[in-house]
Design a binder for this molecule. Sequence first.
Ligand SMILES: Cc1cc2nc3c(=O)[nH]c(=O)nc-3n(C[C@H](O)[C@H](O)[C@H](O)COP(=O)(O)OP(=O)(O)OC[C@H]3O[C@@H](n4cnc5c(N)ncnc54)[C@H](O)[C@@H]3O)c2cc1C
Length: 411
Amino acid sequence: MTKPQHHEIVVIGAGICGATIANELLERGKSVCIVDAAPSPATACSSHAYAIAHPHIGKGSPRLLRLTRLAFLLAEARWGGEWRRHGIFQPTKKEKTFNQLEVTEHLRSLGLAENIAIALDAHEAEKICGIKQSGVWLPRGASLNLFEASNNLLKAHEGLTCLWNTQVASLEESHGRWSLLNKAKEPILVADKVVVAIAMESKALMSTIGIRLPLKPVRGQLSIFSIKPNTAWVKKLPKVGISGDGYCLPAEKLEDGSYRWMVGSSFDEGEDDLGSRDSSDAFNRKQAQGLVDFSEGDPRDLLKDGDFVGVRCVAGDRLPIIGALVQRPGIYLATALGSRGILWSALAAKLITAQLLEDDFALLTRFGFAADLVAALAPARFFAGALVAPSALGALASNSKPIFPSAPKAK
Ligand SMILES: Cc1cc2nc3c(=O)[nH]c(=O)nc-3n(C[C@H](O)[C@H](O)[C@H](O)COP(=O)(O)OP(=O)(O)OC[C@H]3O[C@@H](n4cnc5c(N)ncnc54)[C@H](O)[C@@H]3O)c2cc1C
């Protein structure tokens, strides 16, 4: 048998997460080999063309608030070209009263400047967003076609090797290097450092090196509706994105006068079936009524024109798992992006690259990564009694105090 190729850095998984990390490493002048079971990038959950991004602005979960703010700024900077900035409105929940001053103060306390988040009463929201409901206007909120973004990130580059149709079934460590093995236990590659970005499949792959990850699948279906010009819905269709119970993109007027409108998504915990379901479209029609506050709108006028079905990968505490796996030096995890693939992949690219290249922690702090945020994302938070050793974290090399993983909190 010929000796397996050796690469310093291998990224397993060419969805938005693996593609973004690989691209960041290339930008930092490293050579990268990306391996995927599929014949091309973004064939799984990242085949999603209508994903939205905005910082989380709710109350509670202070770490989640800080992390999404940081990740949003990183994502915006990264995807400037492909970023479709249309603004996103987040209406106040029906059962809650709206106090503009209080909401404004809350937003400022999160470090969100007026050009990121503004509290609007119903009258102002109607003028600015065309929606007569109080809420928060996120003018920089945007959407991204994950499929196109992933493919662009993996365009031919002299430092990039792509290995398609290659499923990694197990990992094996020997003399400080990692062998990537196929189902027949034959080595595919040997690498010094391996980034695992394969969403739900990380669970099976990590179990081959004795690591149990608390991951679960959450199926989701987004509906693409067609709306005829003569229906009552037309006056209610939004010009901006809306994020509340579900989300929708701005409706798009087509040449024949009809409209195309993406509304999602169902949230089917523990399920991983990729088949399209009428019940999920019915659920999305209900969400559509809620999002534009049009309960009297006839759901039958939202004609099905297509859908996207995907399986999100979610961790027990709903935060992504991003960072060096200190129990297995040389392995880096980037998984459990849940419904925030855009934000968390931008953040994973910076954090994993910094750890893998052993940047000084000062560089990460410049991006806004505080040590407690790094620890909140670290794989080690799931292992009882595990100590995140600063030296193993790499990025924390200049921080002499050990960091204990925090109790899972954020939802
Ligand atoms: C209905 C729905 C709506 C969503 N809406 C949004 C949204 O509005 N905004 C947002 O930011 N996010 C959204 N998301 C989430 C987003 O789509 C995901 O978080 C993101 O696509 C996950 O990317 P990933 O790279 O981690 O995984 P994936 O895209 O699933 O990529 C994993 C890759 O790993 C490969 N792979 C798997 N196993 C192996 C193996 N053993 N060996 C080699 N390769 C392997 C696969 O072929 C695949 O290419 C939504 C998801 C769903 C389902």
